[in-house]
Design a protein around this ligand. Structure first.
Ligand code: AHR
Length: 639
């Protein structure tokens, strides 16, 4: 019997409870959410542990009609100091064109009739000692082409490059037919040299039509979750590859050609084309709160360069400058357009403040003296200068243990408002720990469950994991007065580049494959409340996996009751809406579940399990058969 006490005072809970965790791993940013189609557009690729990458990676020399020439690397007069390398194309014999080609990330998909913005930066370069000066008195004719796999031209634009000043050239190209495996080609048509950088191809139909924007299908899939907040850019990624190579937000704002691209801590490359401006803009576009995370001035405890449990920290004399960067971030996000950093935001197209209110400091750090000292320094300055910003502390990678206890003790010592907990656990753990937050101190720091997921041994996105997560989410709703924010992790993973399983949303160059876990997140995102009502569940057999929550949504006025059955058989539930003065005749019921807990979604196929919504009659004492492995949501209006 499930009794929802409608007469009891509803407990206000966080209206921001369910959000998302975006980390640039699994090609989530470049080759993922960021719409750029050219791989290694600024010739800044460098070797990683996994790949012998370099400035020429993913570029081919193209010689047509008996043309001759070669590609070289320049670094003596870059577009910008943050973007040190560029390509030097030398044409010794023009033929019908000599240049370079790029096939994107695995493939370069083009759609007929869709507009793409092709651009490149260039100047006329000397050909060098070996090849002579070239004739720089006349401009260099250039063609940019989109070619089908069979070599036919789908669209092209002509340019002339003249002079020694870096200049951006742009054209809109509209392919005459679709090709999932096209290539981008740039050809020079005269003897001479060209310096080239930031060779780019971006679809114009990005999410909300933003320039330098996001892949529409992926961004829409995320927006469809209705996330109340977006955490970014990680995860471990925030620490970067070393103590002086942390993810620095300042490298990620301003004109894209001035951003500092780098190898990321997940062993591939980040252009920073998807940078802080784009993250904040995305939040604004989907009505979510931005939740950036910065390091606490220590490097990643998981990384090889961090010996033992220790974490190397920034030298203390460098901390004031680092803290200033954090203060600058707040000015950049919230300051007036006339302030130094607010002006950078305004110049990018957002004069209004972004409304930053949360800032994560640290990620899964070992709670060492080095960490504590640096965190306390940052926190003290933020408290003094920006009391309006809620600082979120950290409690390590596990749901319990030494770091966890110490992280919490430290957070209490500093009287932090919120602490970030992370746990990746077996599905059964999610069921066994439904009461985890019932006993948390309501007066101490509150919880941001920043990363969580149910993990099968083989790390598949089974229905079992999705239902276990649904069960756990009901416990977060019941405890929404102490758990203020929660985000499943990780969010995105590109097929063939997935380093971490499971993830919420998979994708390839052209398609998006949401998991069953995504469906659960979406159902909770669409059925949130801002007050919780007490529920009493008199379960049948001891240990039966059955749980529930009841929340009110003050905007719609609806009562939302969620019932999760994790058993392999249906469980009858007598639903009593105690204290209801007058029941409406019907309710909306959504059921997501299936007999086989082991099923997973298959790319390109209909979902293994899909939610079914219908209107059902309601009565004071009605029984409901909760199907095996299911989440059921009743939405009841006017109650
Ligand atoms: O979500 C993947 C990783 O898991 C995150 O980068 C890190 O915070 C955690 O260990």
């Amino acid at each position: 019997t499930l009794t929802v006490d409608l007469a009891a005072p509803a407990k206000p809970i966080s209206p921001e409870l369910f959000g998302i965790f975006f980390e640039d791993l699994n090609y989530a940013a470049d080759g993922g959410l960021y719409a750029e189609l050219i791989q290694n557009r600024s010739f800044e690729y460098s070797p990683t542990e996994q790949a012998k990458w370099g400035p020429f990676s993913f570029w081919d020399l193209v010689k047509t009609g008996e043309g001759e020439g070669h590609l070289g690397l320049g670094n003596s007069r870059p577009v910008h100091v943050n973007n040190p390398h560029y390509l030097i194309l030398t044409v010794t014999k023009p033929g019908t064109g000599v240049g370079l080609a790029n096939r994107g990330f695995d493939q370069l998909p083009l759609e007929a009739g869709k507009a793409y913005e092709a651009s490149f930066w260039a100047y006329q370069a000397y050909m060098g000692i070996m090849w002579g000066p070239g004739d720089q008195s006349k401009p260099m004719p250039v063609t940019v082409r989109l070619e089908a796999k069979d070599g036919s031209v789908l669209a092209e634009a002509k340019f002339t490059v003249s002079g020694r000043a870096w200049t951006k050239h742009t054209a809109t190209l509209t392919p005459s037919r679709s090709d999932p495996e096209a290539r981008f080609v740039l050809l020079a048509h005269d003897q001479g040299g060209l310096a080239l950088d930031m060779v780019s191809l971006l679809p114009r139909d990005t999410f909300k039509g933003r320039a330098n924007g996001l892949r529409r299908d992926l961004a829409q899939t995320i927006a469809d979750l209705k996330p109340r907040f977006v955490r970014f850019p990680g995860g471990c990624l925030v620490h970067g590859t070393g103590i002086h190579a942390y993810y620095d937000w300042k490298d990620t704002v301003g004109p894209v050609e001035q951003r500092r691209a780098a190898r990321n801590s997940w062993g591939y490359h980040q252009t920073m084309g998807l940078g802080y401006f784009e993250y904040f803009q995305f939040c604004a576009d989907i009505g979510a709160i931005p939740l950036p995370v910065v390091t606490a001035g220590v490097c990643c405890q998981h990384a090889g360069h961090s010996p033992g449990r220790g974490q190397e920290g920034l030298p203390l004399e460098q901390m004031p400058a680092y803290i200033q960067d954090v203060l600058d971030l707040i000015e950049w996000a919230n300051g007036p357009a006339t302030s130094q950093w607010g002006a950078v935001r305004a110049a990018a197209g957002h004069p209004e403040p972004f409304g930053l209110k949360y800032l994560g400091v640290g990620n899964e750090d070992a709670i060492t003296p080095d960490f504590k000292e640096r965190f306390a320094m940052i926190n003290a300055v933020l408290k003094e200068k920006h009391p309006e910003i809620t600082v979120i502390g950290t409690s390590g990678p596990f749901a319990s243990g030494e770091d966890f206890d110490q992280g919490w003790a430290f957070a209490r010592e500093l009287n932090l408002a919120l602490v970030d907990e992370h746990y990746y656990v077996p599905p059964q753990w999610m069921w066994d720990n439904l009461a985890r937050y019932d006993h948390y101190d309501r007066k101490g720091p509150k919880v941001y469950l920043g990363e969580y997921a149910a993990h099968e041994k083989d790390r598949r996105n089974t229905l079992r994991t999705a239902i276990a997560e649904a069960a756990h989410l009901t416990s977060l709703e019941r405890n929404g007065d102490v758990v203020l924010l929660a985000s499943y992790a990780p969010l995105l993973a590109r097929r063939q580049h997935t380093q971490w399983h499971p993830d919420m949303i998979y994708f390839n160059a052209t398609e998006v494959f949401p998991s069953l876990n995504y469906t659960v997140q979406k159902l909770f995102g669409h059925n949130m409340g801002d007050a919780a009502l007490p529920v009493a569940l008199e379960a049948g057999p001891a240990g039966a996996k059955l749980t529930a929550s009841a929340v009110r949504d003050s905007v719609s006025g609806d009562l939302i009751v969620k019932i999760v059955n994790g058993e392999a058989t249906a469980q009858p539930v007598a639903l009593k809406l105690a204290g209801a003065k007058k029941l409406p005749a019907t309710a909306q019921r959504t059921v997501f579940g299936g007999a086989d807990a082991d099923v997973v979604n298959t790319d390109g196929a209909p979902p293994a399990v899909a939610p079914v919504t219908e209107t059902v009659p309601l009565s004071a004492d009605f029984t409901y058969e909760a199907p095996a492995n299911s989440l059921t949501i009743f939405r009841i209006s006017n109650l």
